[in-house]
Ligand binder design. Structure first.
Ligand code: GLN
Length: 200
């Protein structure tokens, strides 16, 4: 089986951790800062960081439209935290003029967990994974609304604030509100690599 080449969008955010995770799960990771680097990958990770900065830099580096085109063409993408925001068709709480790559038919709320608990850790039960996934949330978004084509893989119950999806999938696009790259659990990265292998 030939190696799956997975790019990590390296404009801003926690790039190195994703590169390490991808290497550990047998993929061939590479950083993506230029359109020709994007052309060379089978799949992409959009890391956590600051979504408004990733948005601005993706335009400045002439990557936004090529990424949108690859998404439209079916490239598998894993977006984590700010990366989840970048994969959402719509955002609430974005800064003036903030845009996304889009692809997942959902509205996400930036910094949704609020000040008191904007960072926390929990064990999540994720559909399709055996056993809980330890999730580190750092000023993450949640999914406010999604359309029926979006599969909800995990939710978090915020009591009076409601139950919100935090891992979703639409075909080859996977998004998580937290930082799977900060732990030792590779299962979401494997799901991405598997998506390339199965052509899903
Ligand atoms: N709050 C950040 C944003 O809006 C996301 C935080 C993160 O990726 N850890 O982009």
């Amino acid at each position: 089986m030939s190696a799956v080449r997975v790019g990590v969008l390296a404009l801003q955010g926690d790039v190195r951790e994703h590169v390490r995770m991808l290497a550990e799960c047998g993929a061939e990771p590479t950083t993506v800062r230029r359109p020709r680097e994007l052309d060379a990958v089978d799949a992409l990770v959009v890391p956590g960081g600051e979504s408004s900065t990733i948005d601005k830099l993706s335009r400045a580096f002439d990557l936004r439209d090529p990424i949108r085109a690859r998404i439209a063409d079916g490239m598998p993408v894993l977006g984590t935290c700010a990366g989840m925001i970048m994969l959402a068709d719509r955002i609430e709480g974005g800064i003036e003029g903030q845009e996304t790559f889009g692809g997942i038919a959902m509205t996400v709320r930036r910094n949704a967990f609020g000040r008191q608990v904007d960072s926390f850790e929990t064990d999540l039960s994720v559909k399709g994974l055996d056993g809980p996934l330890h999730a580190v949330f750092i000023r993450g978004p949640w999914v406010e609304r999604c359309e029926p084509q979006v599969e909800v893989l995990a939710t978090v119950d915020r009591g009076a604030a409601g139950v919100h999806p935090v891992v979703v999938r639409q075909g080859p696009l996977i998004a998580a509100s937290f930082h799977p790259e900060l732990g030792k659990d590779h299962r979401l990265h494997r799901m991405l690599v598997q998506s390339v292998r199965s052509g899903a």
